[in-house]
Design a protein around this ligand. Sequence first.
Ligand SMILES: O=C(O)C(=O)Cc1ccccc1
Length: 302
Amino acid sequence: MTYAYLGPEGTFTQAALRRVAPGGQGRPFPTVPAALDAVRRGDCEAAVVPLENSVKGVVPVTMDQLVSAELHITAEVEVPVTFTLMARPGTGLDSVTEVLSHPHALDQCARWLAEQLPEARLRPVDSTAAAAREVAEAASAAGVAAVAAPLAADLYGLASLATGIGLRAGAVTRFVSVAPAWFPPARTWLDRTSLLVNPGDGPGRLVDILTEFCSRDIEVSRLHSWPTGDRLGSYRYFIDIDGHIENPPVREAVSAIAGLGAGARFLGSYPRWGRRPEELVHTGPAGAPVSLPPTRSPHPGA
Ligand SMILES: O=C(O)C(=O)Cc1ccccc1
């Protein structure tokens, strides 16, 4: 299976792809829309794109694409992100006048850069690895540095000037794998369903929608407003809930929401990252594995 990803080689997205689809073949694209276009055209079967970060929130270009494109989320993966400042070998920190990176990376390193390189110009580019490659390949890269994953320094022959320059240690980015048609990943007992809901006008409509979940004991793990573009104050909502669309309470809640006259688009059901049954089976007392519920039986809230 060929996956489009935000390239070039050495991006955090490529690291995400390796985690989410270890056997998958990656094909780099310069931007998130270009990667998703490749999927829409059928040149790639799926794409892996960054969705949100634990420190700086959503990646706007991906949110826009999910709204406008008939694509479905088929998997999620979280990747720890640590940032390194890198430059051509021989460049000293005090000679850096320009720093290139993906906007999210510049944003997450803004404090360190403001303290250490207050005079440097920050220039956003399409990805962290694109920044590293540009520094490596530019005819004149004197005084230019990139913020990228530590691995990018090796890949592009750059020297590390500082490591761990992000605002928060332990920052994590959530990536999703997206495909044109949704072939339901088998139900596990820890799935997530993503929806895009437009409540329409009227007081209490968002509350009515959320009530459909709460009244069925379904956990809402994410609620993110996104402008419809029609007028100021008009929003649709990205809603993540626990459970798979094939689980009766989830299915009933989604139909009930449509019955309320709200626009509800199903974006996908997929296993929740990080709490895999095979991991949980080892969480009991030593030598006493916890038994798993049957994979296809409904469970509370899902
Ligand atoms: O530019 C990259 O390497 C990406 O994969 C996008 C990104 C940038 C910063 C944090 C997480 C993902």
